[in-house]
Design a protein. Sequence first.
Length: 1029
Amino acid sequence: EQIIRSITRKWKTKYCREKEVIGLDAAERSECIKVVRIWIGVESQHKLANALIDQLLDDFHLFYQRDPNEIMNFVSSEEGLELFHFLQQINQKIKVSIFDHFCHWSEQLCGNIVKGSVSVATMEMLLTNARLEKLLKLWEGIVNSDATIDINRTRDLAKKYEQVKASRKLLETFFKRSSIGLMWFGNELQALHELSMQMTTAHNWYEITLQQALTYDRPVFQIHKSIFDTFDKIQLSDIALSMWKAMATEKVNMWSIAPLSQYDTYRLCEWVRESEAELLKDIANFDLEKYVHHFFENDIDGSKVETDEWNEQKLLTALFPNKRIDTISNDEKTVTSRLWLAIQTKKEKSKKLLRKYSPTQRQFRVTTIKEILKDLRSKWDTAKKELSDQTMTGLRISNDFGLLRTKSEQEIFHQIRLMYEPQTTDQRKLSLSAVEEKDLEKLPIYMPKQIDPSPNELQALQFLLATLEFSMPQLLNGSGSLSPQTFITEIKRVLTQMMESSKDTPKKCSDIPWGNIVERCGISKEMEGWIKFVGYKVLLKNFEYFRHKITNYQNLAKCLKQVFSCFDSCDALKLLRDATLSLCRLYKDSAKLGWEDKDWQANKSFLKSFDNESMKVIVQFWEQNQQHLPKVPSVGVEWLRIIVSSNKIMKECFETFRNNQVFEDHMQNFAENDSVQQARGTSLMEVRRYLVNFLTSNFDNMSAMYNQLLHFAQHEMNAEKLECFKIIRSAWDSIVQDAVDPQSLQRKAIYILIFFFKKKGWMHQKDKEMLKKIQNVHFGDEKQMDKEKYMEIEYLTEETSKEAEEKSKMQKEPKKQMKRMSQEEFEQLTDRLLMFITGDAGGTDNEVLTSQKGISVMAREDIEELLKRRQKQMAAMGPDVFKVVLDRIRTQAIDGQKLIASLKKSAKALGELLLGQDFDVAINREQLVTELMKIIDFEILKEREKNDLIPKFDNCKSIAKKRLEYFGLGGRHELEIERTIEFSRSIDKFEAIDNQWDLCLKKWISDISEVCLFVSLQNKHVHILQSIK
């Protein structure tokens, strides 16, 4: 016993208060458990067992941890369960205090669960890896416990929470991946979406109690749960999800009923191309591409063709302005006549759709979703057959397999295999198909030639595992995974025993005791399906059949990849030719002879529609022509699409800023210290540089221009340059018309009268930047004669001396130094900012402006009111978009703090917060986010100016006055305290310093009065004594 008491090692050092001790490792702890179990069975050694347990568990303060999750993690871990299971077994003979703590903790935890007061975060942890169930089973083994736990009630509540958790996951998955926009939700989906939003972290989901969480198990969800269960299975397959999205998009496109007047030139040309079959019926060898390019050349868009003044004759003359009617070919006249008829038909169709579908009918209701699911089932079966036969059309492939377009060939193969063999998704739930089960019932068992696995069998198993991306099951003893040799040997051994035990009675493969094989292999019973599936494929069935199926899937994947490559190259070719023609109109030598050379004409033959072509035909076309088709990365394709769809902007940019001096003068308008303005200025510089360099180059013909565009799209375009073109496209009007303040040209004129114009931007931009540099308020020497300079404001600035410039060459960042401005200069700064705030309030009443809260303390309702007041300043904020933004603010409980936090992260984060990631309304997203950023920046500036900067400055003026008064009365001791005060301190701290000086001054005046009174009395006393003498 003395030897045991001398042991310094502890059970686990992590929970010991004394940190210098050494803990036992896992093997030593297991050995101690064995020893105690042996000693406890011998009466003479009972005291030794007790002493050993006491010594090892001394100072083990697990249940005194502040973090309850720390306790839960250890108790429910393998190590913790081993310890408390052991203490439970010896509890009748040895009493250990830590076990009593465990019982009390368990009773309290389960009691809180029954009461419903435990948090959702705690329930999540308890249900992860079945922690709660392990603890309850451990509790059930405790004998004669005084504590009582309602185990059944605890389990019942845990199951109810798991249902709520599953419902939350189903709703989240549906609304995240269904591609249905918020504006298309019917009443049922709207209610369920609101329910889903309430169960998010934005509404503190993990912080609410279990009792509150269980109230979210709403009947409205349970009624429609089967729909969300079905969609959850659909979204696991990229092919099934593609079909779903195609059908949902078809509904949205039908309901959107976008009139031609909303089509720009690019979209109108796309629509003309889509109508190729209708326009060119019985017309051979018509050059539709050249016909379409007339729309680009003459700036014809949907708004023009849909006006009342236009007719067929007007359309014809607009397309061919330089031709007389008698010189226009009959084919061109026929196509134009058919096109005009198609325009009228589309207009009439739009009117009929408007009459047929009221706004409430143009929504996704539960019945609509059920119809889509029903149609998807039939489409799924059809697609399997068409894909297998390679008869699926290009349009079907583009729509129903769209999500595979960007996948690799291996990823496409994986999706195709799961399409035909969905039961192979998860190896823990692996099973044979219905056909294979029937085959198993008929398949006879043969005596294996040898028990040991042959090389062919091992190779077949390895091929199957690699193909299906499976692994060998883990052994129950924890020593690793089951070996392939053992797996094959055990199956062959069972087959041999079956054949030897019943030589006269033939056996079928359906008689194989798969459960026995699982036990022999020493793996989990859950893997019985895995054993049966792999055994059937590798040993019972001819493996070449499986290999043939895999080869077929791989061939289909290869063909699909070729189809997508063909689509991408043909799209790139079309965009390249359109972009060439758009820029060609701006080129100085575009009218010279021989401009459309032979290569340009030959290139045209590769343009064709694959919508009605079969998969076999598309693959054949690709194999024959792929060397002639361009291969452009996605970033290059997106850039070409911007060039084509924004041809007016490109034209204006080139023609407006072709002159270097004009461009340099315009660049002075961009404020360097405004991040939005800086991004726009940089983008304009990049786009203008490209256009000027390209359009002032020497090209011999259109092919040369085409090849130059192709080279740039393939090798020089990147994400940064693409972003520049996006910014120019989205903010062009603001960049050209109002570079400094895009909200209002009228306000710009007012600012000219109020502020001084500097070469690098408006004065208020410098003032706003100065706010960021302000550091401290400093109280100077009280003895100085000029009291106006007593209180000065310190701010950081970069050195500008020659010496500093030389130093900066040796440093990565310019050196900062502290400078000071006078009280008068600071007041002028705040006055100018107040003028800016008043002028930029967007028409807000002064009374509202002065009484409005600061944005950091604004609640959700205040943010809604703020955006309603400033809506007119956001050109991109239409009624539909504004409704979506307000719904996001309500459902996500967005307050001022969340807005500020997202803005500090990035513009993208702000956009995702207010619009969501899958926002599908056709708006200028970048422009809207920019305008929202400006409003939030303005509110932050206003709050700092009115609620922080000015109140602090007023406090400082009061402090300065009291310090000088204190000095004038002879005070010196307190002056060195708080001579410099950081502006980063809170307003409460400034008020506290002011109050402290108030008290200090009053006390000093009181002390001086007492001294004066004492001196006066002393003088009077001296005078009396002198009189007596």
